[in-house]
Design a protein around this ligand. Structure first.
Ligand SMILES: Cc1cc2nc3c(=O)[nH]c(=O)nc-3n(C[C@H](O)[C@H](O)[C@H](O)COP(=O)(O)OP(=O)(O)OC[C@H]3O[C@@H](n4cnc5c(N)ncnc54)[C@H](O)[C@@H]3O)c2cc1C
Length: 319
């Protein structure tokens, strides 16, 4: 049993995802309470180079050709073996499709408690998790002796988990990975027939508050006046009011932009996790307690229909 905090690094197609750095920052805070080390756990094949900027005390590298690309099956087997052997105090995963998939199965397989949607840790080493669509933050003692944790973005900036010095890399043994039920045969990029919202500097985002498909044209007019592109939250896409390529959030695109103008969006964690790295978030919502106001730089509590047309006309008159 150790007091070390393990961070399972998430990477896809040779790119380490931002959540990995966010977790390293969270692990550092937690390690100060436990007194252990921050250990980055990197699974891959010929992927050691990915480890160059992790703010960790040590990197455990598990190399195997069946770990070249993520599959839940291979990750579970390799990590179950590692956790059982090393017995760290906590293992952090991204609160992402990949992390939630692996952590939930490991929790069952190893009989370990799982804390989900953790945003941050307190100085005393308590977890702070978002529940009820981000409306409530729950604080609690980290279950012992080993806790699995999925971490959502928002509590730490990815840059806090980056370092200029590369920590020492230790190769760790990988258990037999043969007889996997799932292997990757091909990686297929979605066809791009639309603008790539992840590359746009200014987005006008609409949520369920826009009410119906016809009202999307109000957002379009504002986007044209301001030089932006329209995107939406999950209900808007599910209703078919905008195409899937315009979905922002956990199951859509992550965006890093200058301005994110959110209209009629409540600010559920699955949506906001994709926008926290925007320079300026402006939110319009009738509900003063909408969680989107917690991350917005400017919040406007009013009916979006009273604002949009006036704002569009005002902007048009300016240019
Ligand atoms: C596994 C999983 C993945 C998910 N992935 C995504 C994802 O990728 N992206 C995503 O967005 N969601 C995702 N969701 C859904 C997410 O949990 C929320 O349900 C969704 O984001 C809510 O969308 P919304 O804010 O538009 O709607 P609501 O939560 O219904 O909010 C509508 C808001 O509009 C406000 N409003 C209403 N009328 C007006 C008005 N006239 N003027 C101003 N404000 C008004 C209301 O006060 C309210 O706050 C996912 C959920 C799960 C479980």
């Amino acid at each position: 049993m150790s007091q070390d905090i393990y961070v399972v690094i998430e990477h896809l197609q040779g790119q380490v995802s931002d959540i990995s750095y966010t977790m390293l920052a969270g692990a550092r805070e937690l390690s100060q309470a436990t007194g252990g080390k921050v250990i980055a756990v990197l699974l891959g094949h010929n992927a050691k180079d990915l480890a160059e900027d992790f703010a960790a005390d040590q990197i455990l590298y598990l190399d195997h050709e069946l770990l070249a690309e993520f599959t839940s099956d291979a990750y579970q087997k390799a990590l179950a073996d590692l956790i059982s052997k090393d017995q760290p105090r906590a293992v952090l995963f991204g609160n992402t499709s990949i992390g939630a998939d692996v952590a939930s199965v490991l929790s069952m397989r190893l009989g370990l408690p799982l804390v989900s949607s953790c945003r941050s840790f307190t100085e005393e080493g308590k977890f702070v998790s978002q529940i009820c669509g981000g409306k409530i933050m729950a604080e609690g003692e980290l279950p012992s002796p080993i806790a699995l944790v999925t971490m959502a973005p928002g509590g730490y900036q990815p840059d806090q988990g980056r370092s200029v010095d590369s920590p020492p890399v230790t190769e760790s043994t990988v258990p037999a990975l043969e007889a996997l039920r799932v292997t990757l045969s091909k990686y297929i990029e979605p066809e791009s027939t639309d603008v790539d919202i992840s590359k746009e500097p200014l987005l006008i985002a609409v949520g369920r508050g826009i009410q119906n498909k016809d009202n999307i044209e109000l957002a379009d007019a504002l986007a044209q006046a301001i030089g932006g592109v329209v995107c939406g939250s999950r209900p808007v896409i599910d209703q078919g009011w905008l195409s899937t390529s315009r979905l922002v959030g956990k199951s859509g695109k992550q965006v890093k932009l200058k301005i994110y103008f959110a209209m009629g969006i409540s600010g559920a964690p699955e949506h906001t996790e994709a926008i926290t790295q925007s320079d300026t978030i402006i939110a319009v919502n009738t509900d003063p307690k909408a969680p989107i106001f917690d991350i917005a730089k400017y919040g406007i509590q009013m009916d979006l229909f009273e604002l949009v047309e006036v704002l569009t006309e005002h902007l048009k008159a300016k240019v």
